[in-house]
Design a protein around this ligand. Structure first.
Ligand code: NAP
Length: 314
């Protein structure tokens, strides 16, 4: 496993982490024993960064992690998020009022059964909050107390990423970045590098498309609350699958699967310290962790850049 420094947090993170949205049941039903096996396997293989949120399974992912990490909390750099309301009358809203974030931050500490959170992230705030939110003062206060060690943002749009990189408050930016979503490298990464803001690449496997295992018929599987139910449909899904097919040339030598190529691609960029694929079980975790020892050759990266320029971006 290779390790990189996460911007000015100075945390040394494994280049492959574990995202735990899947463990909150957002990719179809989960079994606890599979989630726990994925977490155990991650730690065994040198993965030292786990990302969660109070929104995943409305807190369930944090509860599961709190139980799983008993007695070995110090082995993990634990990142969580707050601001996406999943329960009560405000369900579906995003709230970044200082008192709300302070409240949910303490809820996360409790569910995670820990005295400190290594990285607390605002979960998709808008530009206004990123640039002028009073919430930053609360985060600074809790940092001084040692309840959180660092703070950052998870963002959706390029404008939010640019604001976060320029704004000076966030120590890290979590952003969708993958072979199929390379805009952040053009618009956010140079600014983040200049300000020494750490980059965490989320959805590095494009929710499974970049594992190469999905076909059009899989769309019938994605139903109800599954996050793929809305977007993995019809022509848009077909287009993404066709792009993934064009990337199979990356699988050769030490790169055994398209998924490993996709993960290695993310952390090949000097600005990106870590990719956080969701792994639903031990086997997926093993395959993903193995990407932490893989380096894509420069000629393959050049071909990827050419594909991006010649239409992948559309
Ligand atoms: N707004 C935000 O802040 C935000 C939003 C989204 C995600 N995130 C974070 O980013 C993390 C990663 O994103 P994600 O989980 O949505 O997407 P992802 O990592 O791109 O895809 C995860 C899915 O791909 C499949 N997969 C993973 N490893 C595999 C392997 N080795 N072989 C075959 N299939 C594999 C699994 O689905 P199946 O087994 O069902 O096929 C898994 O649930 C999340 O867990 C979360 O921590 C943050």
């Amino acid at each position: 496993m290779q390790y990189k420094t996460l911007g000015r947090t100075a945390l040394r993170v494994s280049v492959i982490g574990l995202g735990t949205m899947v463990h909150g049941g957002h990719f179809g039903p989960m079994k606890d024993e599979e989630s726990l096996a994925a977490i155990d396997t991650a730690l065994e293989l040198g993965v030292n960064f786990i990302d969660t949120s109070d929104a995943y399974g409305a807190g369930y992912s944090e509860t599961l992690l709190g139980n799983a990490l008993k007695g070995r909390r110090d082995k993990v750099i634990l990142a969580t998020k707050g601001g996406n309301v999943m329960v009560g009358p405000n369900k579906g809203k995003r709230i970044f009022a200082p008192e709300y974030i302070d409240d949910v931050l303490h809820g996360s500490l409790k569910r995670l059964q820990t005295d400190w959170i290594d990285l607390y992230q605002l979960h998709n705030p808008d530009v206004e909050v990123i640039e002028r939110g009073e919430v930053w003062e609360v985060l600074e206060k809790r940092k001084k107390e040692g309840k959180i060690r660092h703070y950052g943002v998870s963002i959706n749009t390029m404008a939010e990423g640019i604001a976060a990189a320029k704004g000076g408050r966030a120590e890290t930016i979590q952003v969708e970045y993958s072979l199929l979503q390379q805009e952040p490298a053009e618009e956010i990464f140079p600014l983040a590098q200049a300000a020494n803001v750490g980059i965490i690449a989320r959805l590095p496997l494009k929710r499974g498309i970049l594992t190469g295992k999905l076909t059009q018929t899989d769309e019938q599987r994605f139903q109800g609350e599954d996050v793929r139910a809305r977007s993995f449909k019809g022509e848009a899904f077909a287009k993404e699958l066709a792009k993934a097919e064009k990337l199979r040339f990356l699988v050769h030598g030490p790169v055994k699967t398209l998924g490993q190529a996709a993960l290695a691609f993310c952390v090949a960029h000097p600005a990106a310290s870590i990719a956080i694929p969701g792994a639903r079980n031990a086997q997926q975790m093993r395959e993903n962790a193995a990407a932490g020892d893989v380096t894509l050759p420069p000629e393959d990266l050049a071909k990827v850049a050419e594909l991006w320029r010649s239409g992948f971006a559309a």
